[in-house]
Design a protein around this ligand. Structure first.
Ligand code: SF4
Length: 569
């Protein structure tokens, strides 16, 4: 179990402490949420000095267990005003773990824009006023030039510096592409602390050794086999998450025209299959790419233009759904360019996609006009009035423009699954302490369970609760969702538990994951209740209950009484 490093930016002081008793056994989301729950006043201003920003490595980070290097970023969210954890791939968490830390807690606020370097010898504070306003792509190149390529960088762009509600943080992959902790405006929390970037260098550190090496080797081999046995694995490897465009479109649940339709006539042109065909003709494009060392799924990609210049890595389903079909834009190059601008400025593509769609509904720009949408996204970095509005996300934009149909829960734009046809996802959107988000508990039809009906008003809360609990545990281990989905049944779960047990040397029973996930959700729920959330916040916007979704005619009709039973422990 790693230590906790506390960096106070007001005093420019660093304190290293052994893991306090109340945080023992935790990592990733479990640890970040526990720290926020214990140390941040629930009514604190998310952008004020009382909020803390936590970078937490998962329980299995830094080991050879596949796909367990995700970085959890936690704080009170300026977007939802509740507790938040957003996680991302990249190499930062593995390096934090190898340096001997489970979490780095950023406290206070620097007097001037600052850059931190954390390595084996400690922490260096570097004044960074000259980096003010520099976009993430240029920033990463400049830092790499000065500090070499053995590092990992976590940084913000202008979105974070401007404290926009949809501001993200980015983290670098081993080959210096950008991954994003996108949701909940945590980039604004980093900006409020005047922290431009954190450089992590684990040179001279060794991988983390398991306590029981023989058992660990065996468990890791069995876990790898279980992940690789996923029937969706080849599609994830060859096409990546954009394979979902045609799948979710075929079940009538791809968000289209600000969630007013469930199928998009231009779906094929933004599909994963079409993307792969485009990539075959383009130099340097990679339909399969891994965002962290030790990934055995490789669901990411490197999307280039016709000349072979990288536009973005990776272009993912959620971005295509929110910036593509939801805005009626059927041009992958345009969507990829919008994604790049969002990464550079440091804002969430999903909330920005949702914001553009409500702006289209308000008549600010025409439906399907990719050029106008790209130009609007560029305005965020120019800090125009319209850019600031869009950069504050979907709810802010909708309210500003007087739009009635705003697809958000607790202030956060929904993901790219219409909850009227995928009602288990709707329950997760409504009840997750994180606000509207698929990664908190994605409930999809499962060929292994033909009795599950995603369109039925009943039978949705159990699957949502199961997935929310599982994902809270997976996020605490640092396990990527793509590798977690094949591990939902009891046998692979017991293999995962064996990995943790062999690593930590602790004997863990079969309820370990459920207990871990439940304890995380409890802490998060308690924080949100104390921050002022009530059952009224666990609701989808009314139009999902009132408007029939073409072509199925579905409405979201899960009884409120059932919704109110979720996450009540
Ligand atoms: S499966 Fe995808 S998201 Fe997960 S670690 Fe690999 S590339 Fe990253």
């Amino acid at each position: 179990m790693g230590k906790i490093m506390r960096i106070n930016l007001s005093e420019l002081k660093v304190k290293v402490e052994d893991m306090p008793k109340e945080y023992r056994g935790l990592g990733g989301r479990g640890l970040s949420s526990q720290i926020v729950g214990k140390e941040v006043p629930p009514r604190a201003d998310p952008l004020g000095p009382e909020n803390k920003l936590i970078f937490s490595a998962g329980i299995l980070a830094g080991t050879v267990v596949p796909n367990t290097g995700r970085l959890s970023v936690g704080a009170k969210s300026p977007l939802t005003n509740g507790i938040k954890e957003a996680n991302t791939g990249g190499s930062a968490a593995q390096k934090i773990a190898r340096l001997g830390f489970q979490a780095v807690v950023i406290e206070g606020c620097a007097k001037e824009l600052t850059l931190l370097k954390i390595d084996k010898s400690g922490v260096t504070f570097v004044p960074a006023s000259s980096l003010k306003g520099v976009g993430n792509y240029e920033l990463i190149e400049r830092i790499k030039k000065d500090h070499g390529n053995k590092i990992s960088i976590i940084s913000i762009g202008l979105g974070g510096e401007m404290k926009l509600k949809a501001a993200s943080l980015v983290a670098t992959t081993p080959d210096f592409h950008i991954r994003v902790a996108a949701r909940g405006g945590l980039g604004a929390v980093m900006g409020s602390k005047n922290l431009k970037a954190v450089i992590i260098d684990d040179t001279g550190c060794n991988p983390i050794e398991a306590k029981d090496k023989a058992k660990f080797r065996e468990a890791v081999a069995a876990l790898s086999k279980a992940i690789l046995a996923d029937p969706l694995g080849p599609a994830m490897r060859n096409i990546g998450t954009p394979v979902l465009v045609m799948i979710i479109n075929s079940v009538g649940c791809i968000p289209t025209k600000n969630y007013s339709l469930g199928q998009f006539e231009g779906a094929e042109k933004i599909s994963g299959e079409y993307m792969v065909e485009l990539m075959k003709k383009r130099p340097n494009a990679l339909p399969s790419h891994h965002c962290m060392d030790g990934c055995i799924v490789s669901c990411s990609n490197v999307y280039t233009d016709e000349k072979g210049e990288v536009i973005v890595s990776g272009l993912e389903y959620e971005t295509i759904g929110l910036m593509g079909s939801n805005c009626m834009i059927d041009d992958l190059d345009c969507i990829a360019q919008m994604n790049r601008v969002c990464n550079d400025v440091g804002v969430d593509t999903m909330d920005i996609g949702g914001a553009i769609a409500v702006a289209m509904e308000a008549g600010l720009l025409p439906w399907g006009d990719g050029k106008a949408a790209l130009s609007l996204v560029r305005e965020i970095g120019k800090a125009t009035d319209r850019g600031i509005m869009i950069g504050n996300g979907c709810k802010f934009t909708g309210e500003k423009l007087g739009v009635k149909r705003i697809p958000h829960v607790k202030g956060q734009c929904l993901s790219a699954y219409d909850p009227r046809g995928l009602k288990g996802v709707g329950v997760t959107y409504a009840t997750s302490p994180m606000g509207g988000d698929h990664t908190a508990g994605l409930v999809l039809p499962n060929p292994g369970d033909p009795s599950y009906n995603p369109g039925s008003p009943t039978g949705q809360t159990g699957p949502s609760q199961f997935m929310q609990t599982f994902m809270a545990a997976a996020d605490s281990l640092g396990l990527c969702m793509m590798a977690g989905m094949p591990l939902l049944s009891p046998v692979p779960q017991s293999t995962l538990i064996s990995c943790v047990s062999a690593m930590t040397g602790e004997s863990l029973n079969e309820n370990y994951l459920v207990n871990l996930g439940t304890s995380v959700l409890k802490v998060e729920r308690k924080f949100n209740n104390a921050a002022g959330f009530t059952a009224k916040d666990d609701r989808l916007p009314g139009f999902f209950r009132e408007e029939k979704l073409p072509p199925s005619g579905n409405v979201f009709d899960v009884p409120e009484k059932e919704i109110d039973s979720v996450n009540k422990f």
